[in-house]
Design a protein around this ligand. Structure first.
Ligand SMILES: *[C@@H]1O[C@H](CO)[C@@H](O)[C@H](O)[C@H]1NC(C)=O
Ligand SMILES: *[C@@H]1O[C@H](CO)[C@@H](O)[C@H](O)[C@H]1NC(C)=O
Ligand SMILES: *[C@@H]1O[C@H](CO)[C@@H](O)[C@H](O)[C@H]1NC(C)=O
Ligand SMILES: *[C@@H]1O[C@H](CO)[C@@H](O)[C@H](O)[C@H]1NC(C)=O
Ligand SMILES: *[C@@H]1O[C@H](CO)[C@@H](O)[C@H](O)[C@H]1NC(C)=O
Ligand SMILES: *[C@@H]1O[C@H](CO)[C@@H](O)[C@H](O)[C@H]1NC(C)=O
Ligand SMILES: *[C@@H]1O[C@H](CO)[C@@H](O)[C@H](O)[C@H]1NC(C)=O
Ligand SMILES: *[C@@H]1O[C@H](CO)[C@@H](O)[C@H](O)[C@H]1NC(C)=O
Ligand SMILES: *[C@@H]1O[C@H](CO)[C@@H](O)[C@H](O)[C@H]1NC(C)=O
Ligand SMILES: *[C@@H]1O[C@H](CO)[C@@H](O)[C@H](O)[C@H]1NC(C)=O
Ligand SMILES: [Cu+2]
Length: 566
């Protein structure tokens, strides 16, 4: 039987490769090391890859195998996550620290190896341990396998637009300071476009991203929000953009003058250079969803310069106000998936596992005699279904799953919140009987191929806030979103089972809810967490354990030999 199977597979490969460029192994070498960078009038030592900030752009064609040898020359424990990659049967390469691997210690290497299949568009890679992703990140672009092309007219050029945040401080020290007292970390000093703050910040005129364009040409902007803690509005003066993909999943074309992007998300948008020859600012400014949480209220900008432009006084787009939730919500909800487009997956119509999961902030008790700077003299905390996630310390969860090691995690993550209360009523925000969430390392177990529906419900504890929830290993369909408490009768009617967005990160409306569905077709341990970095160590996370399937090719293979040890 096995021999038959192999010969059929070979024949198939032969047929496919005779009409298409054959899949390649794309190799990269990452050296993560100190880099001195000058921004905002000051030299700062950051952790960076191959002496570049942002790090190198990785480009593959769908079907290729990616092999990245990471040498950690930094003084910190390190892991790299390939954000949005399905990691089919390659969960060992996913990267979240202590979830799928122990970290790569200083001086050591680990090679991430995985196949990129059934997805194309814009993804990215970033460090997934402590706050290192502030500077250790880059674009990961999956082109259609030639001779296939995009499901839209081929753009003349493709341009990664990595939005980020910059601190004039050592961010590891900054995180340690905040964690020591349980308070919020210091705000960033600037937002950046491709690592450059732009001329609205001090000493920064020469650190402005410039995009040269030719009138009449089309540019595919691959916009990535790599900022640690802020959702962003992105605009270009006098130009509209046509969104064609979100999180590396194609959408119906959506014409807009503003793009809204949460940390972890990506937006592919076509920019037509169709305006009078001249120069125009592109700008990003915060979408701050929480009514009274401090945020850096600043604007980064770059410039789009038409070939032949003589004026050096670019036009500035008017930016939405930071608390402009209607503009954000309109963008987040009005885009639909491209049914029948490349890699489109229909919505599961049946559901095996129904979950209702609250997400939001909490408190952790201050230790006796300690100094705590969270609300009410306590420490900040956060949870999903009142479980505040704590990473294991002695072995990664995926190793515990594979080698059947007990005591690393429990499988009692609940399908619904333990206490039912008026979730979004701000009168509850200081209710001490609700605020303290126990620390756990709990998972939800899923049978292979189970169809999961999850209602994500924001709570008003301490504050309502839009949390961008990222699921590792899967795309999910976003069936509906709304404000207030999810109503199983009224809101069920709103589910879009026809052409919903597919995403890996959903920005759940502030004081509201979102309904998502996915098929657990990949064995392993898959992290789900808020992609506002500040909320991750507080515990706004959980994990799924997807059990092995019935056949050899639906089982997680053993770990690579060089997987780091704890
Ligand atoms: C790298 O930078 C850190 C400070 O961020 C410093 O402690 C360390 O000594 C530096 N390492 C090298 C090799 O320069
Ligand atoms: C964070 O901000 C506080 C208050 O402004 C300041 O004292 C502290 O030095 C800052 N931390 C770092 C690491 O810059
Ligand atoms: C920017 O670069 C120009 C030309 O290299 C130089 O003359 C100017 O001093 C620089 N400005 C700043 C603020 O560094
Ligand atoms: C943010 O900054 C803008 C421009 O400086 C200002 O008009 C606005 O009031 C600020 N908004 C908040 C919420 O601080
Ligand atoms: C577009 O967004 C608005 C809210 O901003 C909503 O009322 C409307 O139903 C949305 N339309 C679609 C087709 O999703
Ligand atoms: C807290 O401080 C008091 C007074 O100094 C002392 O008696 C007590 O032992 C301290 N408790 C702890 C846990 O350190
Ligand atoms: C706190 O919440 C609980 C559970 O909903 C409720 O029974 C209690 O009345 C609330 N307390 C206050 C002071 O609102
Ligand atoms: C919040 O509490 C106030 C005072 O008790 C009450 O008047 C108000 O109706 C409450 N709001 C909600 C949404 O329950
Ligand atoms: C969370 O769990 C703690 C401990 O069991 C409990 O006191 C608290 O009321 C719970 N809060 C919520 C919102 O479920
Ligand atoms: C680095 O990782 C090792 C192995 O997991 C762990 O023992 C050590 O505490 C970590 N160091 C830091 C600073 O987190
Ligand atoms: Cu969050």
């Amino acid at each position: 039987m096995a021999h038959h199977w192999i010969s059929i597979a070979c024949a198939l490969v032969f047929l496919i490769s005779s009409s298409m460029a054959s899949a390649a192994v794309v190799e990269h070498s990452f050296h993560v090391e100190n880099l001195t960078v000058t921004r905002l009038c000051k030299k700062q030592v950051i952790n960076a890859v191959n002496g570049k900030f942002p790090g190198p752009t990785i480009e593959v064609q769908e079907g290729d195998t990616l092999l990245v040898r990471v040498l950690n020359k930094s003084p910190h424990n390190l892991t790299i996550h390939w954000h949005g990659i399905f990691q089919l049967l390659s969960g060992w390469a996913d990267g979240p620290n202590m979830i799928t691997q122990c970290p790569i210690p200083p001086g050591k290497t680990f090679t991430y190896k995985f196949k990129v299949i059934k997805q194309e568009g814009t993804l990215w890679w970033h460090a997934h341990v402590s706050v290192l992703r502030a500077t250790v990140y880059g674009a990961l672009i999956i082109q259609p396998r030639s001779p296939k092309s995009f499901p839209f007219p081929k753009p003349d050029h493709q341009v990664p637009i990595l939005l980020g945040e910059w601190w004039n401080a050592d961010i590891i020290q900054l995180e340690n300071e905040a964690l020591a007292v349980g308070g919020g970390p210091n705000n960033s000093d600037a937002y950046t476009i491709n690592g450059l703050p732009g001329d609205l910040y001090p000493c920064s005129q020469n650190h402005t991203f410039k995009l040269n364009v030719v009138k009449g040409k089309t540019y595919l902007l691959r916009i990535i929000n790599a900022a640690l803690n802020n959702q962003l509005f992105f605009k270009i003066a006098n130009h509209k953009m046509t969104v064609v993909a979100l999180d590396a999943a194609y959408t119906n074309p959506f014409l807009t003058d503003v793009v809204v992007v949460a940390p972890g998300q990506t937006v592919d948008a076509l920019l037509h250079a169709d305006q009078p020859i001249g120069s125009y600012f592109m700008a990003a400014s915060p979408y701050a969803s929480a009514p009274s949480v401090p945020f850096p209220n600043t604007t980064t900008r770059g410039v789009v310069v038409y070939d032949g432009a003589t004026t050096l006084a670019p036009l500035m787009p008017p930016m939405p106000a930071p608390h402009d939730t209607p503009t954000a919500h309109h963008f987040y909800t009005n885009i639909t998936g491209l049914v029948g487009g490349p890699h489109w997956v229909p919505v599961p119509t049946e559901v095996d596992e129904r979950m209702f999961v609250t997400i939001g902030l909490n408190l952790e008790p201050c230790q006796e005699n300690a100094t705590c700077q969270g609300p009410n003299g306590q420490r900040f905390s956060a949870s999903m279904n009142n479980h505040s996630f704590q990473s294991p310390t002695t072995l990664s969860m995926l190793q515990a799953f594979f080698f059947n090691v007990d005591g690393i995690f429990t499988d009692d993550f609940p399908d619904k919140p333990p206490v039912k209360f008026d979730f979004t009523n701000t009168n509850n925000s200081n209710n001490m009987s609700l605020l303290f969430a126990p620390k756990t390392t709990s998972v939800k177990k899923l049978k292979f191929n189970s169809r999961v529906e999850m209602v994500l419900q924001n709570t008003a504890l301490l504050t309502i806030e839009n949390h961008p929830m990222h699921l590792h290993g899967f795309n999910f369909h976003v069936l509906a979103q709304g404000f207030g408490n999810y109503d199983p009768v009224r809101d069920r009617k709103k589910l879009n089972l026809v052409n919903p967005q597919a995403r890996n990160t959903i920005a759940v409306p502030v004081g509201g809810w979102a309904v998502i569905r996915f098929i657990a077709n990949n064995p392993g341990v898959w992290f789900m967490h808020c992609h506002l970095d500040v909320h991750l160590p507080w515990g706004l996370a959980a994990a799924f354990v997807v059990e092995n399937g019935p056949t050899p090719w639906t089982r997680l293979p053993p770990p690579p030999r060089d997987l780091p040890k704890c």
